[in-house]
Write a protein that binds this ligand. Structure first.
Ligand code: NAP
Length: 300
């Protein structure tokens, strides 16, 4: 399987990369999209120690800068004629204050959602070329909502609110994409995955001391899992055949009693009018006519 992972240099993305690099009997190809070349290359070295049969590469992309995402798309398209899956995973977590990006957006909205919306839309053609069942796996959690009157959170910002809004947006996107593709000849599956425990990720190095202390206590009570364990749980979503993943398309899944289980979606996420409103908003924010054209053709 050829898998593109956003945010593969740390946390859940790195956990997935590790699991896929040593997946039993498979010679997978892993492309890590990362903002730091140094960290990207260090991650590849770590993955090679796991198992050197996987083909590994990096693509430099800062998701908080739209021009960087556009360059990454061109690079990926130049180097690859197909992809079997994309893991929409990279994300900002804790932040002390709202940061506005050079593109004039709330950084959580742009990094966690909009840039990856653009990346995915622009790479759909490569997923359509997969012979093993193209798929997009979204790292998503339930809950959260869109703040329609203040999407960029200029009036009222909070890091948790910003993370959750991006999660709601991802789930709306995956449902729209699932609807678009379900009657198409060339199939792509769109699946959300919500890990059932908290993952001991790089976030633990970023949060303030008091939060780290309570996390350490919670860890002692088994409330966290490692990035490696998380990757092992997720790996089948990337590895199963087209027919298998196709049955999961349009769902938000979690892991319960050693199997994937569907989470019922919120009313707002299921609301087609609201989803289309978000789609239009995002197309405008990408400032690239081709994004609207691709989505427009899909919606026909
Ligand atoms: N941890 C959990 O329990 C948990 C549970 C459910 C969902 N999630 C979600 O999982 C995703 C990953 O979180 P995590 O906990 O694994 O966090 P993490 O360890 O901090 O990893 C975040 C990843 O995103 C990358 N990233 C951040 N900003 C970027 C940018 N501007 N451009 C490119 N890449 C960027 C990071 O790159 P660097 O390595 O360069 O920092 C890193 O690889 C997030 O969307 C989070 O909301 C986490």
């Amino acid at each position: 399987m050829k898998v593109l992972i956003t945010g593969g240099t740390n946390g859940m993305g790195k956990g997935a990369a590790k699991a896929l690099a040593k997946y039993t009997g498979e010679k997978n190809e892993i492309i890590i999209l990362c903002r730091s070349e140094k960290l990207g290359l260090k991650t590849l070295d770590e993955l090679k120690m796991n198992d050197n049969s996987a083909a590994l590469s990096i693509v430099i992309c800062d998701l908080s800068v739209m021009s960087s995402v556009k360059s990454a798309v061109l690079e990926i398209r130049k180097k690859h004629d197909y992809l079997d899956s994309i893991f929409i995973n990279a994300g900002l977590g804790y932040a002390a204050q709202r940061i506005e990006t050079v593109d004039g957006m709330d950084s959580h909205f742009q990094v966690n959602y909009l840039s990856q919306f653009y990346l995915m839309v622009q790479l759909l053609e490569l997923l359509e070329n997969s012979t093993r069942g193209g798929r997009v796996i979204f790292n998503a959690t339930p809950g959260g909502k869109m703040h329609w009157d203040d999407v960029q959170m200029v009036k009222a910002w909070g890091y948790e609110k910003a993370i959750q809004q991006a999660m709601a947006a991802k789930r709306m996107l995956l449902l729209n994409m699932h609807e678009f593709y379900r009657n198409k000849e060339k199939k792509i599956a769109f699946v959300g995955f919500s890990i059932h425990k908290i993952v001991w990720s790089n976030q633990l190095n970023i949060i303030p001391t008091h939060m780290r202390i309570s996390a350490t206590v919670m860890r002692a009570f088994g409330m966290f899992i490692s990035i490696e364990k998380c990757g092992e749980i997720m790996a089948p979503l990337f590895m199963e055949d087209g027919a298998g993943i196709s049955k999961k398309s349009g769902s938000l899944l979690t892991w319960k009693k050693n199997r994937f289980e569907k989470i019922e979606e919120d009313e707002e996420i299921l609301n087609e009018m609201k989803r289309n409103e978000l789609l239009d908003y995002c197309i405008q924010r990408c400032h690239d006519d081709s994004t609207g054209e691709i989505v427009g053709k899909l919606a026909q």
